[in-house]
Design a protein around this ligand. Structure first.
Ligand SMILES: Cc1cc2nc3c(=O)[nH]c(=O)nc-3n(C[C@H](O)[C@H](O)[C@H](O)COP(=O)(O)OP(=O)(O)OC[C@H]3O[C@@H](n4cnc5c(N)ncnc54)[C@H](O)[C@@H]3O)c2cc1C
Ligand SMILES: *[C@@H]1O[C@H](CO)[C@@H](O)[C@H](O)[C@H]1NC(C)=O
Ligand SMILES: *[C@@H]1O[C@H](CO)[C@@H](O)[C@H](O)[C@H]1NC(C)=O
Ligand SMILES: *[C@@H]1O[C@H](CO)[C@@H](O)[C@H](O)[C@H]1NC(C)=O
Ligand SMILES: *[C@@H]1O[C@H](CO)[C@@H](O)[C@H](O)[C@H]1NC(C)=O
Ligand SMILES: *[C@@H]1O[C@H](CO)[C@@H](O)[C@H](O)[C@H]1NC(C)=O
Ligand SMILES: *[C@@H]1O[C@H](CO)[C@@H](O)[C@H](O)[C@H]1NC(C)=O
Ligand SMILES: *[C@@H]1O[C@H](CO)[C@@H](O)[C@H](O)[C@H]1NC(C)=O
Ligand SMILES: *[C@@H]1O[C@H](CO)[C@@H](O)[C@H](O)[C@H]1NC(C)=O
Ligand SMILES: *[C@@H]1O[C@H](CO)[C@@H](O)[C@H](O)[C@H]1NC(C)=O
Ligand SMILES: *[C@@H]1O[C@H](CO)[C@@H](O)[C@H](O)[C@H]1NC(C)=O
Length: 602
């Protein structure tokens, strides 16, 4: 029956193609779009869990055209908070990916001449509470050739949790958590201490629950991020340099595939699917309902403090770049000593002391943490670096300071240090990133490394700030993961020490539409960032969840030599490609046009 329907849909689309239009997923003006009563029958077969897609800011527009039940003041107050969008069924954190079609008046893309439309938000949302319901909806959409998107929190930096004319499956209410210290690993018969957690949980919830049983998990550094997208892309955080990425901890998953099957993937069955969901890209192979993941003992303390480099007024700009370069080249050894952390370099323009020319300088602020250790150990690891960085300073033109570290007795307290304010969303730069190891940092000269940093931190608009985000998230953790725990995650992580992200592009929506604005920012990023990474680190890759999704070389850069195997798994479990995500496996065959909302085969 299913193959008959597929056959019919295929014939219908081929016929459409023969008449000149492309092979597109069904949309409201195509003849095969379900009728209102057809949608209601889906609603009935999912216990009334179907919601109409609503833009929360609709109440800020005349007549509240999409029927938001939140008042506009509430929407504006919360517009730049990730948590707010996570709690709305259809909304996402970075609204330009949804065509900025119904944004709050305080959004940078707001235009009072534009009406409130659904734009790139989904037509319908399934408020999922169990696997059977998800399976029903998935098979329903698949047999009608309708695009499906999966939304956990909507945090995705690349808009992969929304899509025009899609049925969205919202996993927020799938929040069960259990712990089993004696879980038996299929095929191995070994005992594992695990957490069994549904995808709608955030890392904040899971960390807290694990801590209550004296365990912890490999999470990110922000508690509001959700399990699904994070694990699907890899997932790095405070413990990844010790234990590997989050995807490296997955022992089993329960997955709903596009034909409506509910599959358990582990070392005994559906091994290919287990392999793919371990970092082979989120939202691509099916919807993961639940993960069985390794837990770890809680660190008995965290020693945390910071190191910063600041350029004094009229300071020697070159010294700031030399200081940054010295820092970057020291990080692999420091990571091997057990130190982890992250930091930010902020690039700005100023007048140099001995010329009147305007030049660029970088100020750096790093947070370093060390587990199960002492303040003396922390300081002895970092003070030599402080001195080396300061050595480039000419008459104190650059100041490098090392704080007195604090000792946190509870691991969870680290997250308060890492997130002093509620996590925000909606900024307007496309990022670009690379995984870097000793080959890129230590095996070439100081001056070459310095030059790459300067070239990578230019800004699209003269005078605007560009940032460099430096994460110590690789090292022996990812390198030492057993072969039988490794999955689709790009092999570039295995010899990386740092995940380095740069900003600098500007998405300028004024006088144009989001599709063109995003394209212009992507073109600039490709020309000024991706080309430099490709020259510096051609054999490495990028962390898919925090990368430039318009990278034209995404197959190599996001998946490495796992791409072809991932593609065959994608074709097996999603033969109709209803689960399209930008830069996802197989996405090169599709064009998602934000302007007309259609998703069509190229
Ligand atoms: C404030 C903030 C902090 C961050 N910190 C970190 C960090 O410390 N470390 C890090 O590695 N990353 C970090 N990220 C990036 C993060 O990994 C991505 O944003 C990721 O996509 C978030 O996943 P989500 O499920 O919360 O988001 P969503 O936007 O809901 O989903 C993201 C993608 O995953 C897919 N997906 C979600 N759930 C499932 C599922 N159950 N099955 C299949 N596909 C699914 C969606 O379809 C979409 O493609 C951060 C992001 C933000 C916004
Ligand atoms: C689905 O059914 C429920 C309960 O009957 C109803 O409240 C809801 O409005 C329906 N959804 C849609 C999209 O009509
Ligand atoms: C996206 O927004 C532009 C205006 O900025 C509009 O012309 C276009 O129709 C919108 N696309 C969709 C799918 O709503
Ligand atoms: C979604 O489902 C949950 C669980 O049944 C319910 O508590 C919640 O109110 C629903 N959300 C919406 C927006 O309908
Ligand atoms: C699995 O391990 C248990 C205890 O470690 C042992 O009793 C059992 O015989 C093993 N089973 C298999 C199939 O190896
Ligand atoms: C966790 O550890 C504390 C202190 O060692 C102990 O008192 C408590 O009983 C433990 N809790 C559990 C659930 O094991
Ligand atoms: C820290 O020490 C505890 C207690 O000895 C141990 O269980 C844990 O594995 C250690 N963690 C790290 C990160 O070294
Ligand atoms: C640096 O670290 C100290 C100690 O942990 C802290 O009090 C201070 O706020 C930090 N400063 C910055 C800029 O992060
Ligand atoms: C920096 O340079 C400007 C212009 O040359 C001068 O006005 C200013 O006093 C200088 N500041 C310091 C601290 O030397
Ligand atoms: C002055 O500028 C030159 C050329 O840019 C540079 O080599 C030199 O180090 C600078 N000197 C000082 C004191 O900043
Ligand atoms: C160092 O800087 C101070 C204050 O800006 C200035 O007075 C002094 O002359 C400088 N010394 C040298 C050797 O440049």
């Amino acid at each position: 029956m299913r193959s008959l329907i597929t056959h019919f849909v295929l014939l219908a689309s081929l016929a459409a193609n023969a008449h000149g239009s492309a092979l597109c997923k069904n949309h409201p003006s195509s003849p095969h779009w379900p009728t209102e009563s057809d949608w209601q029958s889906l609603n009935q077969s999912t216990q009334g869990a179907l919601l109409a897609g609503v833009a929360p800011a609709s109440s800020c527009y005349d007549g509240n055209p999409l029927g938001s039940d939140l008042d506009c003041d509430t929407v504006q107050e919360n517009w730049f908070l990730s948590q707010f969008h996570a709690e709305q069924p259809a909304s996402i954190g970075y609204s330009y990916w949804a065509n900025s079609s119904c944004v709050a008046p305080n959004d940078y893309a707001y235009d009072d001449q534009k009406p409130c439309q659904l734009g790139g938000l989904p037509q319908y949302v399934l408020n999922a509470t169990d696997a059977t319901q998800v399976a029903t909806a998935m098979a329903w959409a698949n047999s009608r050739d309708i695009r499906v998107v999966i939304k956990g929190t909507g945090h995705d930096l690349n808009g992969r949790s929304s899509g025009a004319y899609a049925l969205s499956i919202w996993t927020h209410h799938l929040q069960r958590i259990e712990f089993d210290p004696h879980w038996i690993r299929p095929a191995f018969n070994s005992t594992e201490n695990v957490a069994i957690a549904q995808t709608g949980n955030t890392w904040g919830r899971l960390l807290k629950a694990a801590s209550d049983v004296n365990r912890t998990v490999v999470s990110g550094q922000d508690g509001t991020v959700g399990l699904g997208g994070f694990i699907g892309g890899g997932g790095h955080g405070p413990l990844s340099s010790l234990y590997g990425l989050s995807a490296d901890q997955i022992l089993q998953a329960t997955i709903v595939t596009t034909d409506g099957s509910i599959l358990v993937a582990n070392d005994e069955q559906n091994q290919d699917l287990l392999w793919a969901i371990r970092g082979g890209g989120p939202g691509s192979y099916g919807l993961v309902i639940e993960y069985v993941m390794r837990t770890f003992p809680l660190p008995s303390n965290v020693v945390v403090g910071n190191l910063s480099l600041s350029t004094q007024e009229n300071g020697t700009q070159e010294a700031s770049w030399d200081g940054l370069t010295t820092l970057m080249r020291a990080l692999p050894d420091l990571t091997d000593s057990g130190l982890t952390g992250f930091g930010i370099g902020t690039v700005s323009q100023s007048k140099s002391s001995n010329t009147s020319a305007v030049g660029r300088q970088v100020d750096v602020s790093m947070l370093f943490y060390l587990f199960n250790s002492t303040t003396a150990e922390w300081t002895s690891l970092l003070s030599p670096l402080q001195q080396q960085m300061a050595a480039f300073s000419n008459n104190q033109s650059v100041q490098v300071t090392l704080s007195e570290p604090d000792i946190l007795p509870q691991y969870l307290d680290l997250f308060d240090v890492l997130n002093p304010t509620a996590s925000s969303c909606g900024d307007i730069s496309l990022s670009s990133s690379r995984l870097l190891g000793r080959r890129e940092l230590n095996d070439i000269s100081h001056d070459t490394v310095k030059d790459y940093h300067k070239r990578l931190t230019t800004a699209q608009i003269e005078g605007k700030t560009a940032r460099l985000v430096i994460g110590l998230q690789g090292g022996k953790g990812p390198r030492n993961v057993e072969d039988n725990m490794r999955g689709g995650l790009t092999p570039a992580w295995r010899d990386a020490y740092l995940h380095v992200l740069v900003t600098g592009s500007s998405i300028e929506t004024e006088g144009t539409n989001p599709r063109s604005a995003l394209q212009a920012a992507a073109d600039w990023t490709n020309a000024h960032k991706e080309t430099v990474w490709a020259e510096w680190a051609p054999d490495s890759g990028s962390y898919i969840n925090e990368a430039n999704p318009s990278n034209p070389n995404f197959q190599h850069d996001f998946y490495g030599d796992h791409y072809s195997r991932l593609l065959s798994i994608k074709e097996k479990y999603d033969p109709q490609s209803i689960l399209y995500v930008q830069a996802g496996v197989g996405s090169q065959d599709w064009d998602y046009n934000l302007q007309d909302g259609k998703l069509c085969r190229k």
